[in-house]
Design a binder for this molecule. Structure first.
Ligand code: FAD
Length: 476
């Protein structure tokens, strides 16, 4: 009887425990992907991720073809799809790699129990994370809310799981199974096609992921600690969307980085620690499943949010009048990704300068990021808001001018994404409103016309945010 490999956020052949086990069983293999837009598996992918998914599934389909398998595509509730395929093919077992969103955990447990009741074998495998997120426990048996002790525990667990090679061949199921046409899923934008910049930036799929990893290890890892905070430089791996779709595993990245030549121990550790932030986010999510919807620190339930829809829209569009914020928001819209330093700056600006609820920002990121991740997005937004577990204190309010000057000193990043300011001298690139009229004229900048005036004044916004914070604390 055939075995079904149910692909989810693990669109790869290498280091894929479920696929390897199915291939090694010698039984006929049915490779299945189900597009679940019902919400049963968790929040459906945002717009940018739908684009990515289309291309990643295309890549997976052809890679599976290389080992003799056909990828079956179905849309709907996974419970109904699995039942249908099991009924038609007489499959006796289902294998998958574990996922960790709260809805997905609930759904997978339900499916596992119901299939087992019917006498099928179900087996799940690790892969999305280096260590199981529920395994790490504090001395008193609880979970970690602060990163540093989490990191010590993570290291204390010993070496991450070693990656498995891709199976060389598999036995294909020889009956016919109905499969959707990917084009009918409408994953690509229709109407205005906003995907040009995204397509020019990324190569979705497992092969693209490994090429990225190789290039990063050769070109940027040795300087990672120094350059990772500079958005104008390609100093980070940009592996996040590949990780979000499971085209590559963190174990694979961990060991490839460790094996890279000419990399000082400190730089390697810095990079490994960032990979462990992703694990920490999942550790928080599995232990606090409402991470996306509820303030981790419920004192924040009384926060007097007050931003307007117009303000939110100016932020979406990168028209706040603060160049580093606008560059970030436009990088996000154009490429589906934003540099980590600028994610912190733009998020802080939304929450503190505009006083808009962090969940509104989290939603926008989910819809526009190619790397939108149920754990890292929610955990990071709460971190910036100050409502999170190991959070930056609310009263530490980023100054968007100083942040720009410190991390984008020559304005390379701003010039790239806010081209209407590109002729301004470095001195004014992060505060055009301070430039003398002559300088603005020479750079062809007309504030309020070619580029907006700052929508809020930094000092006043800061005071307002601190007043709101104190009001909240007064109520607690
Ligand atoms: P690198 O610097 O090359 O790091 C390697 C990997 O480590 C990343 O791919 C990522 O998987 C992990 N990592 C690095 N930094 C973090 C971090 N702070 N938290 C968790 N994991 C980290 N990351 C996402 O993957 N998805 C999200 O939806 C997401 N939303 C975010 C929202 C906000 C407001 C902020 C401040 C951060 C968010 N991050 C998110 C974390 C981080 O910005 C990205 O992981 C990182 O920018 C990805 O770029 P990279 O692959 O080049 O990172």
């Amino acid at each position: 009887a055939p075995v079904i490999v149910w692909f989810r956020a693990d669109l790869r052949l290498r280091d894929n425990g479920a696929l390897s086990a199915a291939a090694a069983s010698g039984r006929p293999v049915i490779a299945l992907f189900v597009l679940d837009e019902t919400g049963a598996s968790g929040r459906p992918p945002g717009g940018a991720q739908r684009w990515w998914l289309h291309h990643s599934l295309t890549a997976l389909g052809s890679a599976l073809g290389g080992i003799g398998l056909t990828l079956i595509l179905r849309r709907g509730d996974p419970r109904a799809v699995l039942d249908d395929i099991i009924n038609r093919t007489g499959a006796q077992s289902v294998v998958w790699n574990r996922r960790y969103g709260p809805e997905a955990i609930a759904l997978d447990s339900e499916i596992k129990a119901s299939l087992a009741d019917r006498g099928l074998t179900v087996k799940s495998f690790a892969g999305a994370l280096m260590h199981e997120p529920t395994k790490l426990k504090t001395g008193s048996g609880g979970y970690y809310k602060v990163y540093s002790p989490f990191w010590r525990a993570f290291i204390g667990e010993g070496e991450p799981r070693r990656p498995d090679p891709a199976p060389g061949t598999a036995t294909a199921y020889d009956g016919t199974i109905e499969s959707d046409d990917l084009a009918d899923w409408d994953l690509l934008p229709t109407g205005p096609d906003w995907s040009g910049g995204i397509a020019a930036t990324w190569t979705p799929g497992e092969k693209g992921a490994h090429e990225r990893l190789k290039a990063f290890c050769a070109d940027a890892l040795a300087d990672y600690g120094r350059k990772r905070d500079l958005p104008g430089v390609d100093g980070t791996s940009r592996l996040s969307p590949h990780l979000a779709f499971g085209e590559i595993t963190p174990s694979d990245i961990w060991y490839a980085a460790a094996a890279a030549e000419g990399v000082a121990k400190k730089q390697l550790e810095k990079f490994h620690k960032e990979l462990a932030w992703r694990e920490f986010s999942y550790h928080l999510l599995v232990n606090f499943p409402d991470l996306r919807t509820a303030n981790f620190n419920d004192t924040f339930d009384a926060f007097p949010w007050e931003g307007s829809e117009d303000a939110l829209e100016a932020w979406h569009k990168g028209r706040t009048g603060y160049p580093i914020v606008d560059a970030g928001m436009r990088q996000l819209w154009q490429t589906g990704w934003m540099h980590n330093r600028v994610r912190m700056i733009t998020a802080s600006f939304l929450i503190k300068h505009l006083m808009i609820d962090w969940r509104r920002g989290e939603d926008w990121f989910w819809d526009t990021l190619v790397d939108g991740d149920p754990a890292s997005n929610a955990a990071s937004w709460q971190w910036v808001a100050g409502s999170g577990a190991d959070a930056a204190p609310y009263f530490r309010i980023f100054n968007p001018i100083l942040q720009g000057e410190k991390f984008d000193p020559d304005g390379a990043y701003v010039r790239r994404f806010v081209p209407e300011l590109s002729d301004l001298p470095d001195k004014y690139i992060h505060k055009p409103w301070e430039a003398p009229r002559k300088v603005l004229e020479k750079a062809k900048v007309s504030l309020g016309s070619t580029y907006p005036e700052p929508m809020v004044e930094h000092k006043r916004a800061r005071e307002r945010a601190l007043d709101a914070y104190n009001e909240m604390r007064g109520q607690a």
